[in-house]
Design a protein around this ligand. Structure first.
Ligand code: AMP
Length: 157
C-alpha cells in the first residue's frame, strides 16, 4: 500500500470512511423498548440510531437510557419494556455529519462521540462514521510518517 500523505489524509471525506446505512443496526421510533433492547443486546452496541419509516434520523437510543427508564425504586420494572416506545426514551439532540465533510471536521466531531450519523441534505440517513474509522487512518498516517522519517535518518548517518 502506498504511503499516506498529509494532503490525502485531509482530503478524505466522511463518505470515504463511513459505514453504509444497510450495514447499520437501527430501530424505529414506534418500536417498543423491548425490541430496541433486543437489537442492542444482539448487536453488541450500546447506542444505535432511531429512524422513521422513510429513513430519516430521529435520534439515538442507548441501553443505559432504556434501563434507566424501567428502573423502579427496588427493581427493574421489565414489564414496562413492552409499553414504552423508543420515541419516549431516545436522545433527540444528536450531532450529525454530511458525506462531503472533510477529515478534520470528522476528527473534531469524534473527539466527543464514539460515532456520528451521516445525513443527506434532506435529513435522510446515509450511514455512520465511527471514531474507530478515524483513528485507523490517523494510526496509519502517523506510523508511516515515523517509519519514513527514521528511514531518512538512517540514510543520513
Ligand atoms: P466501533 O468504533 O466499531 O466500536 O463503533 C462505535 C459505536 O458505533 C458502537 O458502539 C455503536 O454504537 C456504533 N456502531 C458501530 N457500528 C455499528 C453498526 N454496524 N450498527 C449500529 N451501530 C454501530
Amino acid at each position: 500500500m502506498a504511503k499516506l500523505e498529509l494532503q490525502e489524509l485531509t482530503a478524505m471525506t466522511v463518505g470515504d470512511l463511513m459505514i453504509e446505512s444497510e450495514k447499520v443496526a437501527h430501530v424505529q421510533m414506534n418500536n417498543p423498548l423491548e425490541h430496541a433492547l433486543l437489537v442492542l443486546v444482539k448487536s453488541g452496541y450500546s447506542v444505535i440510531p432511531v429512524l422513521d419509516p422513510t429513513y430519516r434520523l430521529k435520534g439515538m437510543i442507548s441501553k443505559t437510557a432504556i434501563l434507566n427508564e424501567v428502573l423502579g425504586m427496588e427493581r427493574f420494572e421489565m414489564e414496562k419494556l413492552s409499553v414504552i416506545k423508543v420515541s419516549e426514551t431516545m436522545l433527540t439532540d444528536v450531532p450529525v455529519l454530511k458525506k462531503d465533510d472533510l477529515f478534520l471536521t470528522a476528527l473534531k466531531a469524534v473527539v466527543n462521540h464514539a460515532f456520528l450519523c451521516v445525513l443527506d441534505e434532506e435529513g435522510y440517513f446515509e450511514g455512520i462514521l465511527t471514531r474507530r474509522a478515524i483513528l485507523k487512518q490517523m494510526n496509519r498516517y502517523l506510523h508511516e510518517q515515523i517509519h519514513f522519517n527514521s528511514a531518512i535518518d538512517k540514510t543520513n548517518v
